[in-house]
Design a protein around this ligand. Sequence first.
Ligand SMILES: Cc1cc2nc3c(=O)[nH]c(=O)nc-3n(C[C@H](O)[C@H](O)[C@H](O)COP(=O)(O)O)c2cc1C
Length: 343
Amino acid sequence: MIPCQGMESLSRRAQPQREALMATKSWARNALTERLGLTWPIFQAPMGSLASPALAAGVANAGGLGGMGLLLAPPGTLRDRILMFRQASEGRINVNFVLFEPAPDHEARTTRVREALAPHYARFGLGPPPEIPPLDGRVAPHDLEAVLDLKPDVVSFHLGLPPDDIMAALRSAGIFVISTATTVAEARELERRGVDAVIAQGLEAGGHRGTFLPGEAGAQAGLAALLPQVVDAVSVPVIAAGGLADGRGIAAALTLGASAVQLGTAFLSCPETDLPPNYLRAITSAGHHETTVTDLASGKPSRILRNGIEALLRDLDLPPAPFPVQVILTQPLWDADPSLQTV
Ligand SMILES: Cc1cc2nc3c(=O)[nH]c(=O)nc-3n(C[C@H](O)[C@H](O)[C@H](O)COP(=O)(O)O)c2cc1C
């Protein structure tokens, strides 16, 4: 696990002490860290609502890049979240958009899952499963306006990139734009579309695969194989993600050519994420064989801990509701029955 407490104690050191320390840490400096003004080449992954302004501020205060996710956040919260971050930190921040369009078959797929889950909702006295309209994960005009106004240091995307006019607006506002590639072809496509850096996400990664080119589905390799190939394929800096959790992994990623690393799971046990105790226990005690990549949790392939809800959904033997409607449909069951969160 990343030493959260260690990062906190570093953040309490005075700036001159930090600079003196950095003079001896040349491994941590490169063009990317200089461009972003980072003390450490460590990005905290934006992880939906788990990546709170408090977590992002803790990481940024320690000299890394804080990350805030927006997936399923109520409309209009982006501005507030950036302002909350800025009250707690003068450090660097990355605001993340997970991109998706309303599914054309939303109605049919959602209805089937709602009907199948109805008896399980009834078991916990939850009433009927909620009706959910098609969700739209394209960058909303009010979010773009907030970003161009408040200018976070970095804007990142997962599952591709927005249209060229939005890319151009971000770039001309001086915002550093990054996105995730799971294959060499995706890394080349991101560079062609004008990103400032590419995140190479290996198969080990927790959460959603960043796969966005249809032909690349299922082609994601492990990080040790993917990373050097991406570094060779693109001319922009590469950020390594997937299964990195301590200094050994970070050193290996930098050796393989990464300019920085992005860690997700390792930050989940930091107190700022407010993870429910049973989640925290499950994550910190899980063995290497206890995760699986499935689209059952959210509607898109993601690496999750094997648990009771995944088993329940597997037994239903139904295609999931479209991403991320499946999350909204299954969340009340997780909340009602903590035993579903673990197996
Ligand atoms: C719980 C969780 C939620 C995530 N949510 C997002 C997200 O909203 N946006 C995003 O770009 N990446 C997201 N990711 C993926 C991370 O950016 C990164 O690829 C991954 O965490 C790296 O693997 P690791 O978890 O082994 O460190 C998420 C990861 C986790 C574990």
